[in-house]
Design a protein around this ligand. Structure first.
Ligand code: AHM
Ligand code: MG
Length: 335
């Protein structure tokens, strides 16, 4: 049997290597990322079997937003919750699938440094038709004192306070991408050894790309500025970097992942009937805004930086514009 190539760096090895640069670090963040990686592998197995086992369909309940919950959402939520509860790094969690946050009440958890907010299975409406879905997470250092039980102020922090954020895309291959202030790195799951392996080191979002992603069906419900920008994307020609291509999977993790790598802009604006848009600030927008900024891009709600919004409630929504710096500036000139 051939030896394993030692060019391969696993997620664990990578986070431990990063740790060496910080002699005072306790390793809790690496531990938390390991817990997330573990839950992701379990979810990946189920997502890959989605068409085979009787797990498809509605779980028969609705989530806080009044939407149908698919069984895999519940499964994914339980996996991430379980991995973080039993790890040694997380004092509590909040999830798109749960009404309220959960503060873990055991001694180890109460003494942990971090809280984690996540959308366990985003784009789950796509499961039935075999389209890529994802998990999104943001990690904050808790605002309350270690030793106490976590409370709402730990979860209602502006996104700029994140210490790490990431996502998993269950796609043609499964990838985990995470950012700390030091950089964004992507790991592809090698199913033969069951490890996430560093495949996309130091991801930077190109300053310009050719892709714009938006739900065109809502066109006439967008503000004039947004409609003007969409027009401008379509009218671009070779002389000014065009034409732009429209790509919209309807699965945010895949759409933003593609634009992060290739360059592009993703928009979920407010509409006349839903001025706050659809996406949730804490579970979807903040983690992606953090990742995009570390990669050199931008993220706003059309008026201000996403990461500066002071959250008021766990499930609040916000319009989102995110992507390549140069394209975001083009957009801003129209808004
Ligand atoms: P979900 O959290 O209920 O899965 O919804 C979020 C998803 C995003 O992944 C995607 O960008 C968006 O909904 C698509 O919405 P729409 O179909 O309105 O364009
Ligand atoms: Mg979601």
């Amino acid at each position: 049997m051939e030896n394993i190539s030692r060019k391969v760096l696993t997620l664990d090895e990578f986070t431990i290597q990063q740790l060496r640069n910080f002699p005072s670090a306790t390793g809790e963040l690496s531990g938390l990322l390991r817990d997330i990686g573990l839950a992701a592998k379990r979810v990946n197995v189920e997502v890959n079997k989605a068409g085979l086992v009787d797990i498809l369909g509605d779980a028969g309940s609705t989530n806080v937003q009044g939407e149908d919950v698919k069984k895999l959402d519940v499964f994914a939520n339980n996996q991430f919750m379980g991995a973080l509860r039993h790890g040694i790094s997380c004092a509590g969690i909040a999830s798109e699938e749960m009404d309220d946050y959960i503060a873990f009440n055991d001694e180890v958890s109460k003494n942990s440094k971090y809280v984690c907010l996540f959308d366990p299975l985003d784009g789950s409406g796509n499961i039935d038709v075999n389209v890529s879905i994802g998990t999104i997470f943001g990690v904050y250092r808790r605002a309350t004192t270690q030793g106490e039980i976590a409370s709402s102020q730990d979860f209602l922090q502006p996104g700029r306070k994140q210490v790490a954020a990431g996502y998993i895309v269950y796609g043609s291959s499964t990838m985990l991408v995470y950012a700390t202030r030091r950089g964004v790195n992507g790991f592809t799951l090698d199913p033969s050894i069951g490890e996430f392996c560093l495949s996309h080191p130091n991801i930077k979002c190109p300053e310009f790309g050719k892709i714009y992603s938006v739900n065109h069906g809502n066109f006439f419900r967008y503000s004039e500025g947004v409609r003007n920008y969409i027009d401008a994307c379509q009218k671009k020609d070779k002389s000014n970097g065009g034409p732009y291509t429209q790509r919209y999977i309807g699965s945010m993790v895949s759409d933003v992942h593609r634009n992060l790598i290739k360059g592009g802009i993703f928009m979920y604006p407010g509409t006349t009937d839903k001025p706050g848009g659809k996406l949730r600030l804490l579970y979807e927008c903040n983690p992606f805004a953090f990742i995009m900024e570390v990669a050199g891009g931008k993220a706003t709600d059309g008026k201000q930086r996403i990461l500066d919004i002071q959250p008021e409630t766990l499930h609040q929504r916000t319009p989102l514009f995110i992507g390549s710096k140069g394209m975001m500036e083009e957009l801003e000139s129209h808004l």
